[in-house]
Write a protein that binds this ligand. Structure first.
Ligand SMILES: *[C@@H]1O[C@H](CO)[C@@H](O)[C@H](O)[C@H]1NC(C)=O
Ligand SMILES: *[C@@H]1O[C@H](CO)[C@@H](O)[C@H](O)[C@H]1NC(C)=O
Ligand SMILES: *[C@@H]1O[C@H](CO)[C@@H](O)[C@H](O)[C@H]1NC(C)=O
Ligand SMILES: *[C@@H]1O[C@H](CO)[C@@H](O)[C@H](O)[C@H]1NC(C)=O
Ligand SMILES: *[C@@H]1O[C@H](CO)[C@@H](O)[C@H](O)[C@H]1NC(C)=O
Length: 448
């Protein structure tokens, strides 16, 4: 034993780097990575398709602890941990037998670990599938990144009952966003919104796979499978499947596949050529739901923020503030809008409502569920007057001889051409912008 130890120390002393070099996807015990160390390569899968380690982000001195596509220009991140922020230069990742993987800040404070419950880790393995695995000496899998997805699933990765993916806050902000994909215990795969960070209940469901049968358990889903060919489907206990992806999938030999719940809430299936011939970009194969603007929940703001209006652009939500409203956070186009001037009841004392307020009229938009009063029968003149005289009313919707008075905050706002509705949006005259008779909402945010 002593001889072995001395030998080992000698060995490590002589070959401090090469002895621990990572090859063929295998990461030996004791391996470490340091954020910002330019000489160190991340841990690569055998083909080099995926890398595990610290990816430099935005700021030169901040790094994302993650797994990403290594060979493509985009270096798209497929795995990270929501509870870990970007880490500073000098942070370390170590593979050790007792705790598995340990992430520490430059001062040595532990930020995260892949707990493997005192089992003996023998080595790590970065698989060509994008899965990082901690293996025991008997080749058992003690921990794998595939079991802890962030916002993306990959071929060969399954979801079991209770699993979920969460959207990130924005394309470059890796904190938790408002949208979730969940595989519920009843067998339904759903998309839902949730208030962050504390609300554990879903605000609004906006897709449901309908793969739960409470009377016959065998008819219910129990696994979401993303197979090596790239097909994504729900398996039921009776061995039936419900396909989620379309029939024709670009061949896996030539293309990478991934499915991500994007920060705007759209669950999107992408493909990308493995080599750089043609157009080396992610392309969309399909997405859920068909129209995310139609999110409707008693709680939550909908696809866009409060008081905002969503319209669909190539399957994506584009959000705009109505006339007289401005973004709460100018850097968050998907966020909430605020009235640019007071619309509250307090303001009325300053003068008669006719002098204070006017209306912008927009066709085909609605904020369902925000109404506090319905007037029937009504006509456009009566509807507008009713809203003008009521200091609680900020918007009136006129449709089918009915008038709905709406209050703040307006939620689930969207363009809906099926309604044949007219929205009267109240604004303060004094700081009113020029009023266009045929005003259409101007998108302030869209994913191009
Ligand atoms: C470790 O595993 C054992 C047996 O499976 C279990 O009883 C114990 O609670 C686990 N400990 C932790 C910290 O997870
Ligand atoms: C890598 O992933 C493939 C597909 O899931 C699997 O068959 C293989 O066993 C994995 N490799 C290792 C070394 O675990
Ligand atoms: C589903 O398939 C498995 C393996 O093919 C089989 O063992 C099982 O009996 C099948 N279950 C049902 C309900 O048909
Ligand atoms: C709207 O209804 C009011 C009250 O019923 C009526 O006086 C007015 O003429 C109507 N206006 C239009 C344009 O029909
Ligand atoms: C908001 O109000 C301010 C001051 O009243 C005005 O200068 C500005 O143009 C308004 N912005 C919008 C978007 O209406």
């Amino acid at each position: 034993m002593a001889y072995l130890c001395i030998n080992l120390i000698f060995f490590l002393f002589l070959f401090p780097i090469s002895a621990l070099a990572q090859k063929n996807g295998i990461v030996p015990l004791g391996s470490t990575l340091t954020a910002g160390e330019t000489s160190a390569s991340p841990w690569l899968s055998p083909s080099g398709d995926f890398a595990f380690g610290f990816r430099q982000f935005q700021d030169k001195d901040l790094f994302l602890f993650s797994i990403w596509y290594y060979k493509i220009p985009d270096k798209t991140v497929v795995w990270f941990v929501y509870s870990i922020d970007l880490v500073p230069r000098g942070s370390t990742l170590k593979l050790d037998a007792r705790s598995g993987l340990v992430l520490r800040d430059p001062q040595g404070l532990q930020l995260w670990s892949a707990d493997v419950n005192s089992s003996q880790v023998d080595h790590g393995f970065m698989n060509d599938t994008g899965n990082f695995i901690l293996k025991g000496s008997d080749d058992s899998r003690l921990w794998e990144s595939f079991r802890f997805p962030a916002d993306t699933i990959l071929p060969y990765q399954d979801l079991i009952l209770g699993d979920s993916l969460s959207s990130r806050q924005s394309a470059t902000k890796f904190s938790q966003g408002r949208f979730y994909l969940r595989f519920l215990y009843d067998g339904n795969l759903v998309l839902a919104t949730r208030s962050v960070p504390t609300n554990v209940y879903d605000d609004a469901e906006y897709y449901n796979s309908q793969t739960s049968d409470p009377t016959v358990l065998l008819n219910s889903g129990y696994q979401v499978t993303f197979d090596g060919r790239g097909a994504l489907y729900i398996r039921k206990r009776n061995n039936e499947t419900k396909e989620l992806s379309p029939v024709s999938i670009p061949p896996a030999l030539e293309y990478y596949h991934r499915a991500t719940i994007d920060f705007d809430g759209v669950f999107t299936y992408y493909f990308h050529p493995r080599t750089f011939t043609g157009n080396p970009n992610w392309k969309v194969l399909w997405y859920l739901p068909e129209n995310i603007c139609f999110i409707t929940g008693e709680k939550g703001s909908g696809a866009c923020g409060f008081n905002s209006i969503c319209h669909l652009e190539h399957g994506r939500p584009a959000c705009s503030c109505p006339e007289g409203y401005i973004l709460l956070d100018p850097d968050d186009k998907y966020g909430s809008c605020l009235p640019n001037s007071s619309l509250g009841c307090g303001a009325v004392k300053e003068g008669s409502t006719e002098n204070l307020y006017d209306f912008v009229v927009i066709n085909d938009i609605d904020w369902p569920l925000s109404d506090f009063e319905q007037i029937y029968p009504s006509n456009e003149t009566v509807c507008e007057q009713a809203c003008l005289q009521d200091c609680f009313c900020v918007v009136a919707i006129f449709r089918d001889n009915s008038c709905w008075k709406k209050k703040l905050p307006l939620s689930n706002g969207r363009v809906d051409t099926s309604l044949q509705s007219k929205a009267f949006i109240k604004y303060r005259k004094s700081d009113a912008p020029s009023v266009h008779p045929t005003f259409r909402p101007v998108p302030v945010g869209s994913m191009s």
